[in-house]
Write a protein that binds this ligand. Sequence first.
Ligand SMILES: Nc1ncnc2c1ncn2[C@@H]1O[C@H](COP(=O)(O)OP(=O)(O)OP(=O)(O)O)[C@@H](O)[C@H]1O
Ligand SMILES: [Mg+2]
Length: 355
Amino acid sequence: MRHIEFHNREKETKEIRDILDAEPSLITFAYGPINSGKTELINNLIKNLPDNQKVFYINLRGRFISNYDEFVRVLFDVEHEARYERIKEFLKPMVNVLPESYSGIPIPKDLFLKLFKENEVEDAFVYIETVLRAFYKNDQNPVLVIDELQVIGDLKVDGLLIYKLFNFFVRLTKELHLAHVFVITSDSLFLEQVYTEAMLQGRSRYLLVDDFDHDTTMSFLENYGFSEEEKELAWHYCGGKPVYLVELTKVEDVEKMVAKMLKIRISQIGELLNSLRAYGEEIEFRGGLHEVVYDDVVRELSKLKENVCHAYEYITPEISYLVRNNIIFVDPLENTMKAQSRMDLLAIREVIADA
Ligand SMILES: Nc1ncnc2c1ncn2[C@@H]1O[C@H](COP(=O)(O)OP(=O)(O)OP(=O)(O)O)[C@@H](O)[C@H]1O
Ligand SMILES: [Mg+2]
């Protein structure tokens, strides 16, 4: 099978490198449409950091977290036996302050969890801070990366956990200048909340990781031997969505593949709108249940008939519905909305034509 090399992200890589070269003072939120390559970018960067710069990468994607105990388990990766090593590594700097018997002995999971008593989030935070201090060497600040933080968006542990985390992140960056903190999310509604959060004003910065631009897409396809015609087809249907481009490298007939991909997307979006029209839907929005109005959904989508991008005044239940269904991406910094991908845009236009 053909191996896909990490492809050029010079601009974003440089931005992150500049952040890492300076003293930590702000929390960095990296955001972008789904499948734009956020995780890939940060992982590639981590791989290329100097050995003495310690990185803790925690991905909450697909983890079922409904209480504090589960959160701690995920935070310290207690579940993965194979990666249990990481806990031991976490614990190494603690050896001096732990009883003699801990030294060199793997800590049983239950005992480990007992270190952080139920509901005492601060215990875990104090512990992480201690570990980060131990890894702060020769001016190399450790790096803490949390991917898909929105997973714990509404988890309550004596108040919303997310606020405690943000407070903790502010402490690690602005107050202690101890560690670089990166939060990655593809949930643009979550980012919209973060962006308007008073507590984070002046304490955070935002980094958009969007799909590849035209030149980057062309050079990617060039590497995999696409003809000029295939390159144009790929760009027309897939834009710079890395995950789609990777798919295209695996097929013989690019034209057939893009047509198939579009057909599937049209049918999915069509199905969603039909279901909304037929049965209606209520979604949670700003703390209450709101009806999603079919005509308003169609009106929002119609704004993308001629333009790729559209300014919105404020998020409505209908915009929220389209974002949650991964059709629309909103950029709260620019107050704009656009399709999640070029493929989505083409599918939207097709579906709207019949709506
Ligand atoms: N720079 C790149 N070079 C090569 N392939 C890439 C690159 N970026 C992304 N990809 C491909 O696209 C896929 C999706 O990327 P990734 O998972 O990083 O996206 P994401 O933005 O984190 O997605 P999500 O929104 O689901 O979190 C990767 O598995 C990889 O195959
Ligand atoms: Mg990701």
